[in-house]
Design a protein around this ligand. Sequence first.
Ligand code: 5GP
Length: 206
Amino acid sequence: MTNGLLLVFSGPSGVGKDTVLHELLHQNESVRLSVSATTRAPRPGEVDGKDYYFVTRERFQEMMAQGEMLEYAEYCGNYYGTPAGPVRDWQKKGYDVILEIEVQGGAQIQEKNPDCVSVFLLPPSLEVLESRLRHRASDSEEVIQKRMESACGEILEAKHYDYLIVNDTVDHAVGQICSILCAEKLRFSRADANIERMLNYAKTIK
Ligand code: 5GP
């Protein structure tokens, strides 16, 4: 069986990554979403083992030291990382695995896994992003400005990604991710054993 793809999915806070991925998983049975470990506290409604593995800093450092993380980063004072085991197991079973991670982690995955596919989700405009951040939480003007600055810093990292998608509507964004997965599987470099056999056989005839 051919291994599934490893897809890095990033975008600034407030762009709508969770909504897009929720719909993608709903529509596509061959896709799995990696559950990250984090040292941040759960938000209301978040479930341990589903949204994140909520761990102590000591446990997180132990996982890092034992090489259990595919990547990790410190973001807003907390650690976030991708446990390697489930990702590798799913890929071996042929599932395409999505890592919804911030840009430092994205860079680590791209460096260590040159065959991964990276997708960056952009807002339709900075004005739309700012209005989403304003509606999301009742933060002070200063906090909102800080979030916008950090979002713009992340957006500037989009140049390191293979594909850019604008989240104008969820359906449109989901359709575009499906197209990317589909096209990536047709790359010559990912040709399966049957195709390789045919090409080798063709050589013997020519
Ligand atoms: P939040 O605390 O809002 O759930 O996530 C904050 C940021 O951390 C988001 O940009 C999210 O994509 C990122 N993130 C979540 N899990 C991981 C992970 O395993 N590794 C890295 N590098 N970033 C992550």
